[in-house]
Ligand binder design. Structure first.
Ligand code: URA
Length: 201
């Protein structure tokens, strides 16, 4: 299997969709190749597109504070996005952009093989919890085939709606327990996923 560095090098050359024409830099993702936790945001914004790193500048401040609140930092986790290039004007990613970027994210997850995936925002959530509503499932986790999926609001949502800040701060505090619960499950007999859970993918 290729290394994450090799894969990310390949992602940097990607020409699979129209965003290749408008991006400044590709933003594959950053962090620990052996991370137990992968955070998946939506798409690079202006600063990310300039720097080639996820959640930098103002967009990175709150996520960094959230990590600190559970005694983590970027060196211990992996942070990436559903799509690797900035949509012009920060518009929502188009379904075909998400689709053509899917294989990169899938390959990254194969290599990192995290215990827990944290989805940030509804686009990232929709990739793993199909048909779910963020208002209903934020702060909840589902384990399928040994991997736990934990849905959170996007940190930027707190900028638009102040009351969500407290919700996001409270949700992240559940994460250490969720990682621990996943480890306990790993030690016991694996349970078969229910058919309706599998159909969420
Ligand atoms: N928002 C995201 O979803 N990802 C980034 O990298 C920056 C802002």
């Amino acid at each position: 299997m290729t290394t994450l560095a090799n894969l990310n090098h390949e992602i940097l050359q990607c020409q699979n969709c129209e965003l290749a024409k408008t991006r400044t830099k590709v933003v594959p993702g950053e962090g620990n190749e052996n991370a137990d936790i992968v955070f998946i945001g939506e798409a690079p914004g202006f600063n990310e597109d300039q720097q080639g790193s996820p959640f930098v500048g103002a967009a990175g401040k709150f996520p960094d504070e959230l990590l600190e609140s559970i005694h983590l930092d970027r060196t211990k986790v992996y942070i990436c996005n559903i799509i690797k290039c900035r949509p012009p004007g920060n518009r929502d990613p188009l379904p075909q952009e998400i689709e053509s970027c899917k294989r990169w994210l899938d390959h990254q997850l194969d290599i990192i093989s995290p215990k827990v995936i944290v989805t940030l925002g509804r686009h990232s959530m929709a990739r793993f919890f199909r048909g779910a509503s963020i208002g209903k499932i934020h702060g909840t986790a589902q384990t399928i085939n040994g991997r736990t999926y934990f849905a959170m609001y996007h940190p930027a949502a707190a900028l638009h709606q102040q009351s969500l800040r407290k919700t996001i701060e409270a949700d992240i505090l559940k994460l250490p327990g969720i990682v621990q619960a996943n480890e306990v499950k790993e030690d016991s007999t694996p349970t078969e996923p229910k058919p309706e859970q599998l159909s969420m993918f």
